[in-house]
Design a protein around this ligand. Sequence first.
Ligand SMILES: Nc1ncnc2c1ncn2[C@@H]1O[C@H](COP(=O)(O)OP(=O)(O)OP(=O)(O)O)[C@@H](O)[C@H]1O
Ligand SMILES: [Mg+2]
Length: 242
Amino acid sequence: MIVAVIGKGGVGKTTIASLILRRLLESGETPVLAIDADPSNCLGHALGISTGRTLADLREELRDGADRPLSMSSSEWFALQAEEAMVENAGFDLLTMGRPEGKGCYCFVNNLIRDHLDRLARSYRHVLVDCEAGLEHLSRRTSGRPDVLVCVANRSRMAAETVRRSLDLYRDLHGSPPPRADLVLNQCGAGQTASVSAPFRQVLLVPQDPQIAELDSTGASLLNLSPASPAVAALAAWEVRG
Ligand SMILES: Nc1ncnc2c1ncn2[C@@H]1O[C@H](COP(=O)(O)OP(=O)(O)OP(=O)(O)O)[C@@H](O)[C@H]1O
Ligand SMILES: [Mg+2]
């Protein structure tokens, strides 16, 4: 599956992506390629991993005439460097996309990135993408066609509106709705309820979790959340099969 975690800024995409990664790892659904597609590079922090070069760094280097052997094509150079930029972990690898492009034409390099990701994705059981806020990522189509959209929202109307527009955009881009969309209502209060209705397969209520706040403040990995964490318990219901 390609799982893309989307939603308005600050609703908890990176947190939920980390919890989904944890769920996949615990279920033995490995190896996973985790892609941080948010320019502010937060997934590495949430997972307690220090990241190195980003694909955006490679893109800039290539544009500036990267120092590569004459015998090597730019796509070969890119594949090799991207391999090195990946951070390997138990059960998953992390790839960080970095900032979006600056001025000028990046079509050639962006196509390299897309081709590389398409090829790379085939070596993993699942690809999990922590998207940037809003709709940019879906419209730039750097991550293939997601099989599962995990739409994260909170109680704000704007967050719900972003989810609605993302689903519309997906349909416009791909000609059909996503094969599966789940709704995660994050930072819910006690006693809040929700029922599943179209177009969502699952609706999960994730409570405000003091353990997450604790790990966030110390910079420790969200993969270290204890099984007793209410957010982990909420994500245990997330279906790992497409
Ligand atoms: N269920 C939760 N319980 C406690 N804290 C949470 C929870 N979900 C998110 N947070 C906290 O809320 C803040 C924002 O969450 P997060 O970074 O995951 O959002 P985001 O949607 O990825 O933001 P951005 O759009 O900036 O990438 C973080 O400090 C995170 O620790
Ligand atoms: Mg984030």
